[in-house]
Design a protein around this ligand. Structure first.
Ligand code: GLP
Length: 240
């Protein structure tokens, strides 16, 4: 793993956007793996700026999102479908048919993971963007998830629900389940950027890099991937 320490969140976002912009310039039909959460917000706004300056186009980009909540509608303000459209897709020239976000339709619960997985496996992600949970999750691969999993439905960890409560009115409203790419899907990506900011990520970042590879800290599996760039700010990297 290559580790880049930056002064602050803006510098983390700047570094990550340079890598993504470079990738899109080199390969306009890049397959991007996309993450949600607070961490990539500035990265996405930098990408929108680069698009507005005509440095890059998303016209031929194919995107696969890591995960989606189950139990809230796609139209809910906190669905990842809304998040992606609000912060990136509706602001650039992305083709709607090239956008892939796991379907969270509960009436089709038996098939949605398999269908997303099938679609995902038709391609190889060129560049996967990741954040990390304070418990070391990536996507929604919570501690204890088998490292060989492909897209599946997961019961969210209490810690994750508490961490994400800030986006909802109460803990009760935070969904209990999600659909997520599995570790195996993430590991198939050609290149991975993991971004982290803030002191609450410091332990997870330390364990991910220096701990043993264990399903108790799912991000630790990235030690086995040949091309991972970890970009942290001073606080997230303070235990390294
Ligand atoms: C979320 C997402 C992850 C994200 C992580 C950290 O729940 N499922 O993809 O990386 O938790 O989120 P944040 O960036 O808001 O700290």
């Amino acid at each position: 793993m290559k580790v880049i320490k930056c002064d602050n969140y803006d510098a983390v976002s700047q570094k990550a956007s340079e890598i993504v912009i470079d990738q899109i310039k080199k390969k306009p039909n890049t397959v991007l793996g996309l993450a949600t959460g607070s961490t990539p917000l500035k990265l996405y706004s930098n990408l929108v700026s680069a698009y507005e300056k005509k440095e890059i186009s998303f016209k031929h980009i194919l995107s696969y999102n890591l995960d989606e909540y189950i139990g809230i509608d796609r139209n809910h303000s906190q669905s990842y479908y809304q998040y992606m459209h609000q912060h990136l897709f509706s602001l650039v020239d992305m083709n709607e048919e090239n956008i892939h976000i796991p379907n969270n339709d509960v009436t089709r619960i038996d098939e949605i993971a398999e269908l997303y997985n099938k679609d995902l496996n038709k391609h190889q992600i060129d560049l996967q963007i990741l954040g990390i949970g304070s418990n070391g999750h990536i996507g929604f691969n919570e501690p204890g998830t088998p490292l060989g999993n492909e897209t599946f439905i997961v019961e969210l960890d209490e810690q994750t629900r508490k961490d994400n409560k800030r986006f909802f009115k109460s803990l009760n409203e935070v969904p209990k389940y999600a659909i997520t790419m599995g570790i195996k899907n993430i590991m198939r990506s050609k290149k991975i950027i993991l971004m982290a900011s803030g002191i609450e990520k410091a332990d997870a970042i330390y364990q991910m890099i220096n701990g043993r590879v264990t399903d108790e800290l799912p991000a630790s599996v990235l030690q086995l991937h040949p091309d991972v760039v970890v970009i942290v700010d001073q606080l997230a990297g303070s235990k390294l």
